[in-house]
Design a protein around this ligand. Structure first.
Ligand code: ATP
Length: 366
C-alpha cells in the first residue's frame, strides 16, 4: 500500500494560484482529510495526485515512485466524485465491472471480485438494481465499489458525501472509513464539512488559499489548534484581544481595564495577544465557584440546538461570550435576561500572537 508525498507542489490556472508550496506526507494506510473553505485548492491537490493535473512546480510521490508523467490509469488510484457518476442503463454489477471488462479481465474472476467488493460495501442484495432504483447513499457505495475493483490501493474521495442528506451522510462516512481500513487502503478525502473531518480522519489537513494552515489529528486541531484560522474554522470559538500581564508563575491576559483571563500558557508580559475559548468549554456555574476566570453576566440570546443549548452571555465591559451547555444539564431552562455566572478553566484558554495582518484577514475564508 502506498504512502503519498507532496513536496513543494504549486499549481496555477492563468492568474489564479490554486495551490502554493504544498508539502505533506501521508502515511501508508492513513485516512487523511483535506478540510478548508470553498476554493482553497483541495480538489486541485487531489487531481494532481490522481494525475488529472500536473503540478507547475514540486513533486508528488506515490509509494516509491515519482508520479510526474504517469497517466491517471497507471497510478493505481481510485477516484470517487461528489456527483455520483454511474451509467444509468447498467445495473450495479454492470457498473462495478465496467472497468475490468473494458480492460478484458477474465469475466469469471471479475464477477467474483465484484461480488466480494459489493459484499464489503453492503450492496450484495442490490447487484441487479439500476442506479435510479437505489438511494443516494447506495449509489455512492456502488461508485466506491467501482473505484475499488481495479485493485487501487489509494482511494481519492472528492466530497463523496456532499450530495447526500445528513443522516445518510453520517452513516456512509463510517462505512467509508470501515471499507478503507478493512482493505488496508490509503485514503485522501476532501471535504468542507468539519464535523465529517473530525469524525473519520486519522489526520486532518487544514487548508486556506491554496496553502496548508496546519496538520493534526482531530483531537489536536480541535482541542489545541495552532492557528486562529483553525480555531475558528473547526468548531466555534470566542476570540478576545488583550495584553499579557506579568505575575510570577501566573499567566494572565488583560482584555479590558481590570478584566483578566488566566491561562496555563506562559505569556511574556506586554505581548499583544488573542485568546480563544470554545463555547462548550465555558461552564454555567451551579454554585461551585472557582477562583479564576469566573464572570457574572446576563443572557442576551438563547438557541436550542438539540442536545446542546447555545447562549450569548454579556459579561462586564459589554463583552459577549457564546456558551454551549447540554440541554440535560438544566433543571429549569434559562431565559433571556436571566443572570448567570460562567467560568472556564485556564487550561481551556488558547493563546495566540496578535496576527500581523489583523484579525479580519486571519479569519477570512478567501
Ligand atoms: P470547493 O470546495 O468549492 O470544491 P476547492 O477547495 O476544492 O473548492 P479547487 O476546486 O481546488 O478548490 O479550486 C481552487 C482554485 O482554483 C479556485 O479559485 C478555482 O476557481 C480555481 N480552479 C480550479 N480548477 C480550475 C480550472 N480547471 N481552471 C481555472 N481555475 C480553476
Amino acid at each position: 500500500m502506498p504512502e503519498v508525498s507532496l513536496v513543494g507542489v504549486s499549481k496555477s490556472f492563468d492568474s489564479i494560484i490554486a495551490v502554493e508550496d504544498f508539502t505533506l506526507k501521508i502515511e501508508d494506510g492513513e485516512y487523511v482529510t483535506f478540510l478548508g473553505p470553498s476554493g482553497c485548492g483541495k480538489t486541485t491537490v487531489l487531481k494532481m495526485v490522481a494525475g488529472l493535473h500536473e503540478p507547475d512546480r514540486g513533486e508528488i510521490w506515490i509509494g516509491k515512485n515519482p508520479a510526474r508523467g504517469i497517466p491517471p490509469e497507471d497510478r493505481n488510484v481510485g477516484y470517487v466524485f461528489q456527483n455520483i457518476l454511474l451509467f444509468p442503463h447498467m445495473d450495479v454489477l454492470g457498473n462495478v465491472t465496467y472497468g475490468p471488462r473494458v480492460k478484458d479481465w477474465p469475466p469469471q474472476k471479475t464477477t467474483e471480485l465484484a461480488h466480494e467488493i459489493l459484499a464489503l460495501a453492503g450492496l450484495s442484495a442490490r447487484s441487479k438494481s439500476l442506479p435510479k432504483e437505489l438511494s443516494g447513499g447506495m449509489q455512492q457505495k456502488a461508485a466506491v465499489s467501482r473505484a475499488l475493483i481495479s485493485g487501487a490501493s489509494l482511494l481519492l474521495l472528492d466530497e463523496p458525501l456532499a450530495a447526500l442528506d445528513a443522516k445518510v451522510r453520517a452513516e456512509l462516512r463510517n462505512e467509508l472509513k470501515r471499507i478503507v481500513k478493512e482493505l488496508g487502503l490509503t485514503a485522501i478525502h476532501v471535504t468542507h464539512d468539519q464535523e465529517e473531518a473530525l469524525a473519520i480522519s486519522d489526520k486532518i489537513v487544514v487548508m486556506k488559499k491554496g496553502r496548508i494552515v496546519e496538520v493534526g489529528t482531530p483531537e489536536e486541531v480541535y482541542l489545541n489548534p495552532k492557528n486562529i484560522f483553525t480555531a475558528n474554522f473547526i468548531g466555534e470559538a470566542n476570540f478576545l484581544e488583550g495584553k499579557a500581564v506579568s505575575g510570577g508563575d501566573k499567566w494572565e491576559i488583560e482584555i479590558a481595564r481590570g478584566l483578566k483571563i488566566a491561562t496555563c500558557n506562559e505569556v511574556p508580559a506586554g505581548d499583544r495577544l488573542v485568546i480563544a475559548v470554545r463555547p462548550e468549554h465555558i461552564v454555567i456555574d451551579k454554585g461551585q465557584r472557582k477562583e479564576r476566570n469566573v464572570f457574572d453576566g446576563k443572557i442576551e440570546d438563547v438557541r436550542f440546538l438539540g442536545g446542546l443549548v447555545r447562549f450569548e452571555i454579556k459579561i462586564e465591559n459589554n463583552l459577549l461570550l457564546a456558551v454551549k451547555a447540554p440541554f440535560a444539564s438544566f433543571e429549569k431552562f434559562p431565559q433571556i435576561d436571566d443572570q448567570m455566572t460562567i467560568s472556564f478553566d485556564p487550561s481551556r484558554v488558547l493563546v495566540y500572537k496578535y496576527p500581523e495582518r489583523g484579525m479580519a484577514s486571519e479569519l477570512a475564508l478567501e
